[in-house]
Design a protein around this ligand. Structure first.
Ligand code: BES
Ligand code: MN
Ligand code: ZN
Length: 496
């Protein structure tokens, strides 16, 4: 999808449609200033059409008006943004996302005018970026395995009637980068487990580093090397699988040396069958998504050279499927993590925290000054917060607030849950330093987070449980069914 600036006024741009935004009000929808650029005749025809159709301008609601006479303009689309009193900038992103999905294979180009500061509570350049994100995120499709419909138009050009401004251009460029990173994460999550194997993820990481060898370093450990370095927890989970596990270590270093080193740790279970504690059929249908945390890390690293953070960033992924075999871990087994702590395996379906015990330890051992992990960790987090909201846990107030801010700006929902100290004893083991499941089914997202905390020492750390929002069972405003890339744009906001 291309975004072009045009100095021409809206009604003198040739395109398949002109887009006009509108707020919902008690009576007639309040049309944005683009409307005033239309001819008087078109204005009055459109006003009538809005009345006839009883168009109310709810967020994402559209009205298509086809222009009869010869004109550069073929049609006008009015797009509802909901009520002005309730409006937040994300409503614009979501409304445009809905439009983009609707028109993806109906129109080739759309022209629009950026909303001004008197219309929405943000600058023109930020609005440009938000609109780009709406169009791109909403237009995403995973169609690798589908027959192509050649005759359809593809929405490929968005023309913005705006004077040539560097601020607007840069904002568009940044939004495009954010979306490309999100698309990579979505592709990886949507890809079948037979293709998106640990080796596939590792090769991708190596390829990313190759593109910018001056700033990005990548080292991949195979089973033997991971064994030599003492990752018994990760390898315990990997033991049951015939596919080679990979431990991926990416590192971005800025031109100017920096003491600060942020580690991004992603859960990388390429398929979660549950292991010997095998899941039900329904329970494992979508479990190719159990590497969504890893997908965030790889999505971010794929664009990090374009973001250029002024501090170091590590990307760490312990990648393996969690399979059933004669060689699986079984309840009662004890494994020793990289930091020396022993873990009693009581349920092989609580595998994510076991692999992450090693990846978090690795982050600490390799000089991280701050750690954020992303994991489709618990069904319990979905019970607590539903499917759309990620659970946030942190031992550091400042970091937690920074993440909330970044997530809000990205329109990616998070809600903080407590790292309740009194619940630590629930993870106690009779035979090892800690057990991989608690002795109660209540508070499962919290006890899982408390487990992870054992492996980050006292570093500022945050954990995002993305079990709900990483994968959507139905299309949402900004994503079709499947991988969402939820978290990618939050992280990118933390890097700038
Ligand atoms: N990958 C799952 C969590 C999950 C469930 C993610 C549903 C997305 C959708 C994780 O490995 C798991 O199986 N967790 C168990 C933990 C339990 C055994 C303590 C769970 O949540 O049931
Ligand atoms: Mn599991
Ligand atoms: Zn899992």
């Amino acid at each position: 999808m291309q975004f072009e600036l045009s100095v021409n006024p809206l009604d003198q741009i040739s395109g398949d449609a002109i887009l006009i935004f509108a707020y919902q009000t008690e009576r007639h929808p309040k049309l944005f200033s683009g409307f005033n650029k239309l001819s008087i005749k078109l204005q009055s025809d459109l006003t009538k059409a809005i009345e006839t159709a009883r168009f109310t301008a709810k967020r994402g609601e559209t009205l298509d008006f086809y222009v009869q006479r010869d004109s550069l303009v073929k049609s006008v689309i009015v797009l509802g943004l909901g009520k002005k009193e309730e409006f937040v900038v994300d409503d614009l992103r979501r409304a445009v996302g809905v439009l983009s999905q609707k028109k993806r294979d109906k129109l080739a180009s759309i022209a629009l005018e950026l909303p001004g500061e008197s219309e929405i509570p943000t600058s023109k350049e930020e609005a440009a970026g938000i609109i780009v994100e709406g169009f791109m995120l909403g237009g995403y499709e995973f169609d690798r395995y589908k027959a192509k419909d050649k005759d359809n138009k593809i929405l490929s050009t968005i023309i913005i009637s705006e004077k040539n401004s560097d601020l607007v251009k840069n904002s568009i460029k940044k939004a495009e980068i954010y979306c490309r990173a999100t698309f990579l994460a979505r592709d990886l999550v949507n890809e079948q487990a037979a293709v998106a194997t640990p080796t596939y993820l590792a090769d991708l990481a190596v390829g990313i580093a190759k593109k910018d060898p001056k700033h990005i370093f990548c080292k991949v450990l195979d089973r033997k090397e991971a064994e030599r370095s003492g990752m018994e927890a990760f390898l315990g989970v990997a033991r049951a699988s015939d596919t080679e596990p990979k431990f991926i270590h990416l590192e971005y270093r800025p031109d100017k040396k920096s003491k600060r080193k942020l580690a991004l740790v992603g859960k990388g279970i390429t398929f979660d069958s549950g292991g010997i504690n095998v899941k039900t059929g329904d329970g494992m249908i979508d479990m190719k998504m159990d590497m969504s945390g890893a997908a965030i890390v790889l999505g971010v690293f794929s664009v990090i050279s374009g973001i250029k953070p002024d501090f170091s960033v590590m990307g760490i992924i312990a990648a393996t499927p969690n399979m059933v075999s004669g060689n699986s871990l079984v309840p009662g087994d004890v494994v020793r993590a990289l930091n020396g702590k022993t873990i009693e395996i009581l349920n092989t379906d609580a595998e994510g925290r076991v692999t992450m015990a090693d990846s978090l330890s690795f982050a600490v051992k390799n000089g991280a000054s701050e750690v954020i992990d992303f994991a489709t960790l618990t069904g319990a987090c979905m019970v607590a917060l539903g499917t759309d909201i990620a659970g946030l846990f942190s031992n550091n107030r400042e970091l937690a607030e920074r993440i909330k801010r970044a997530a809000f700006d990205a329109g990616e929902k998070v809600w903080e849950l407590p790292l309740e100290k009194d619940y630590r004893e629930l993870n106690k083991s009779e035979v090892a330093d800690i057990a991989n499941i608690p002795n109660t089914r209540y508070g499962g997202a919290i006890t899982a987070a408390l487990f992870l905390q054992e492996f980050v020492k006292d570093l500022p750390w945050a954990h995002l449980d993305i079990a709900g929002p990483a994968f959507s069972a139905k299309a949402t405003d900004l994503s079709p069914k499947g991988g969402t890339g939820h978290g990618v744009r939050t992280v990118l906001n933390l890097l700038i």
